[in-house]
Write a protein that binds this ligand. Structure first.
Ligand code: ZN
Length: 535
């Protein structure tokens, strides 16, 4: 369980004593209308770059306009998000060369390789292999797995997860709770910052959380990336190798991999040259396209230059492989429900004249890698230094009213204070992520804001049904994950869909936003959190 270390108790008092907070009731009918529309077959599953995208963004834009939101991007409600579709084909083999000879790895069985660069041909020629522990650089922990090593012309070989994972000490890194530096996305980004030729992660089932075949299937075929000018230093190639091949590589350098992993978990670790080089190739088909965020806002009456930003991703998976004759992946829960609820919140906000500005960003391409929100956070339409907080909604429970509010990232920032107070008013209790080892905090759009330093919240009822209790909620979630999640069956069904939970979470989100938008409160990251506001 995470502990909260509030760094700004005085601010708590300020918000608690502020009596000027307007109240407003969320209208269930608004949610129903938006949800039924967006989840219908006419929207073709709302995949970026399709007819479904055109319909979806036009609908949200028109509704924003009707309710009186201002366009956030000059005269436009749209923000272009340039993406590139890369279909990579690695060479049949990748080869390690050491004084002991050649070690060949087979594509798919032993290694996967891809790129985040929009380039048609990429290769590694005799790039020196260096074992860089967990690939983590964290000055706050006095930790540097690249210490003293210039990575130009070299390939980093890296372990997955955090040094604290699987250890005895819950305070060393965060023990089994995954921090961002444990995610493969971080490891890729850090290798880019180090200017390495390439980065290769060593797969290990327990630390990764999934077996090799998941790596093999998820890193083959077509992938989307943000289309941005490649930094000359970015890694050309990124990939994974299987544990048996990693062992063989270490052996050829006269090293025992188990001992090296133990060393990598100790403070003071230094990178270890593996006395070997790597040759590899990758050919890509590259296609560029543009998808759109839809963003409207209400100007604040007294602090128009301070912003509360609501997000929900409008996109889903589109039309795909049919299941029981249905090929439209409607994404009613994921995330027509969140989009509809945030739109209903926007409509309510137009009637209360908030003191600070309130921004409603319906973001694109979440399913492919949080790209719409990442693009916004890297190219904000309103300065992030003036952004008070992000409130994100992704998948609202259709099972009914709940006793719990389960908050990802609970304990990370003083946003918890408002969340707890508002939950309490609804007679609900707040609890943290029930599966913190899985890193869910890093897997929806609020994370794009957290990463850029804006305190962000993503919370909702999920584990404790008001009338039917915890066992019922657990069974409901289990069934959803097995039968509906990312399948054509994630559809709106007026017979089974219970709006009480959406209304309850929507009202909670509205109340939190009203508090933030009508006070001088600046939520801050707690000292222990891995995020910090950027100046
Ligand atoms: Zn989602």
């Amino acid at each position: 369980m995470l502990t909260s270390l509030y760094s700004c108790k005085s601010d708590v008092k300020t918000i608690a004593e502020n009596n000027d907070i307007p109240t407003a009731d969320l209208n269930k009918e608004d949610i129903v209308v938006y949800l039924e529309e967006l989840a219908s077959d006419a929207y073709e599953g709302r995949r970026p770059f399709t007819n479904g995208e055109k319909k979806t963004i036009a609908y949200i834009k028109n509704e924003f306009k009707k309710m009186g939101l201002k366009p956030a991007n000059g005269n436009s409600y749209f923000q272009d998000v340039p993406l590139v579709e890369i279909t990579g084909k690695p060479g049949d083999v990748m080869t390690f060369h050491s004084p002991k000879g050649k070690l060949e790895l087979k594509n798919g069985d032993d290694y996967v390789l891809h790129t985040q660069r929009a380039a048609e041909q990429l290769s590694l020629n005799k790039s020196e292999l260096v074992f860089c522990g967990f690939g983590t650089v964290d000055p706050a922990r006095n930790w540097d797995d690249y210490a003293g090593m210039d990575m130009k012309g070299k390939t980093a070989v890296i372990l997955v997860n955090d040094p604290g994972f699987g250890g005895e000490d819950p305070d060393f890194f965060s023990g089994d709770i995954m921090t961002y530096s444990g995610r493969w996305t971080y490891k890729y980004e850090e290798a880019d910052r180090q200017g390495a030729d390439a980065v290769i992660l060593i797969h290990e089932t327990t630390s990764a959380g999934y077996p090799w075949f998941v790596i093999k299937s998820s890193w083959a075929g077509t992938m989307l990336e943000l289309d941005r000018p490649a930094d000359a230093d970015d890694c050309a190639l990124k990939g994974w190798i299987s544990l048996p091949k990693a062992k063989a590589l270490f052996e050829s350098a006269g090293l025992d991999i188990a001992e090296q992993i133990r060393n990598a978990r100790k403070p003071g670790f230094k990178p270890v040259p593996l006395n070997a080089t790597v040759d590899a190739t990758l050919s890509n088909k590259v296609k560029k396209d543009v998808t759109k965020n839809v963003i409207g806002y209400i100007e604040g009456s007294t602090h128009p230059d301070e912003y509360v930003v609501y997000t929900a991703h409008w996109d889903h998976l589109g039309i795909g492989a049919p299941v029981e004759g249905d090929s439209i992946y409607n994404g009613a829960l994921d995330n027509a429900s969140g989009t509809a609820t945030i739109m209903a919140i926007a409509k309510t906000f137009t009637k209360v004249k908030p003191k600070r500005s309130v921004v409603f960003a319906m973001v694109t391409a979440e399913e492919q890698g949080l790209f719409g929100s990442q693009y916004y956070a890297e190219h904000p339409l309103f300065p992030l230094s003036k952004t008070v907080a992000n409130i994100n909604m992704d998948g609202v429970n259709p099972m009914g009213g709940m006793n719990d509010v389960t908050a990802l990232g609970y304990g990370l920032s003083s946003l918890d204070i408002i969340l707890e107070e508002e939950a309490k008013k609804q007679g609900r209790y707040v609890q943290g992520d029930q599966e913190p080892e899985k890193g869910y905090y890093y897997r929806s759009d609020h994370f794009s804001f957290a990463k850029e330093g804006v305190p962000a919240i993503y919370a909702g009822g999920s584990t404790d049904h008001k009338e039917k209790g915890k066992a019922y909620a657990k069974e409901f979630n289990k069934e959803y994950n097995a039968k509906y999640y990312h399948q054509p069956s994630d559809e709106y069904d007026p017979k089974t869909w219970n709006y009480d939970g959406m209304l309850q979470d929507g009202q909670l989100y509205l109340n939190i936003g009203l508090r933030l938008a009508n006070s001088d409160f600046w939520p801050e990251w707690n000292a222990k959190s891995e995020f910090q506001r950027k100046k």
